[in-house]
Design a protein around this ligand. Sequence first.
Ligand SMILES: Cc1cc2nc3c(=O)[nH]c(=O)nc-3n(C[C@H](O)[C@H](O)[C@H](O)COP(=O)(O)OP(=O)(O)OC[C@H]3O[C@@H](n4cnc5c(N)ncnc54)[C@H](O)[C@@H]3O)c2cc1C
Length: 381
Amino acid sequence: MDFDLTEEHQMIRDMCRDFAREVIAPRSEEMEKTGEYPYDIMDQMAELGMMGIPFPETYGGSGGDWVGMHVCIEELSRGDMTLGALLDVTTSIVAQELYVFGTEDQKKKWLVPIAKGLKIGAFGLTEPDAGSDAASIRTTAVLKGDEWILNGSKQFITNIGLRHASVLLATAITEKKKGGKNIISTFIIPRDAPGFQLGERYDKMAWHASATHGVIMEDCRIPRENLLGDPNRGFSQHLAVLETGRLSIAAVCVGAAQACLDLSSRYAKERTQFGQPIFNFQTIQFKLADMAMAIELARNQYLKAAWLKDQGRNYTFEATVAKLYASEMLENVASDAVQIHGGYGYMNEYPVSRIYQAAKLLQIVEGTSEVQRMVIGRLLA
Ligand SMILES: Cc1cc2nc3c(=O)[nH]c(=O)nc-3n(C[C@H](O)[C@H](O)[C@H](O)COP(=O)(O)OP(=O)(O)OC[C@H]3O[C@@H](n4cnc5c(N)ncnc54)[C@H](O)[C@@H]3O)c2cc1C
């Protein structure tokens, strides 16, 4: 057994860590306050080859692997989770779905610009009446001549409001089986397709720079060739790549939690009360020790899941455990970080306060904690 990162992984880690410290972290407060997406940072990430790490160079990627991708996501999230989560959606989910299920033409047209970071992809599973029960969608797609006509809506769609957003990969009902069960297919829907409209931008609790919108499709017309993969297996295709998404969420959580530990440890050594640094008090040290332990466990878990994926092995259990554990760990770590900072920790200008406010989302997106427990429970049955 070898727990060392390879030389290549270490290079990715060091590059992304420096980038997060020098470029991302100094902009984090401004991003949250203004809600402006840092397009210039995204462009630099693209230039550094971060947007397509696990894909071959022929498809615009960097020819790396999923461990490298997730090391990158962790490190970027240390600077600000918004940039780590960008890779979760556009690379781990959308680009991967195009890579695994797309035709050669679809890959050339849609995957290459996304893997190069020139364009951004969004994924659409959730609808107003279909959240955890994601198969109960109502959006329909009907083939008329050479076009699919889509009608319905998707909600809470991350990144679809960004300037670079090019496509939404979304599920729609195409047919009913004999027993009345829906056949769900996945479609590549260009953002500028006729009949495709963005809803209002959501006003969120945190993650203000991440532009989340609903999507409305009214007689939305897309070419026949924009069907992705097997028409009978659109739903399971979507769920398959969401497994990697869960792994990416775990890496985002580990990065943010590591930032909480670094900031809290430094603050505890600088802040004096009762004539000494608060770091000297055992209650504070124990909090820091618990944070360090939980982060280490979460990191090992996501790396194991990513490694299994790189070996082509099943990683459902490992990715689900990684997401569930890391997202709940982050909320606890961020809460302790605010506590260590005392009243200052409650002020928006302190990064730990922003991480605390943002942490809750990670227990909801890409399957709530309850859904993760259901998946693990099913695997134990
Ligand atoms: C900021 C943000 C960004 C998002 N980005 C995207 C995106 O890009 N694309 C996309 O498709 N979706 C996205 N989502 C949607 C997200 O994945 C869903 O919100 C999530 O899956 C939960 O669905 P829901 O909100 O409908 O909650 P519901 O499914 O209605 O759940 C409500 C509560 O009931 C619980 N529950 C539901 N069913 C069960 C059950 N069987 N047993 C026990 N408990 C249960 C849930 O765990 C939860 O606690 C985003 C959401 C947010 C908030």
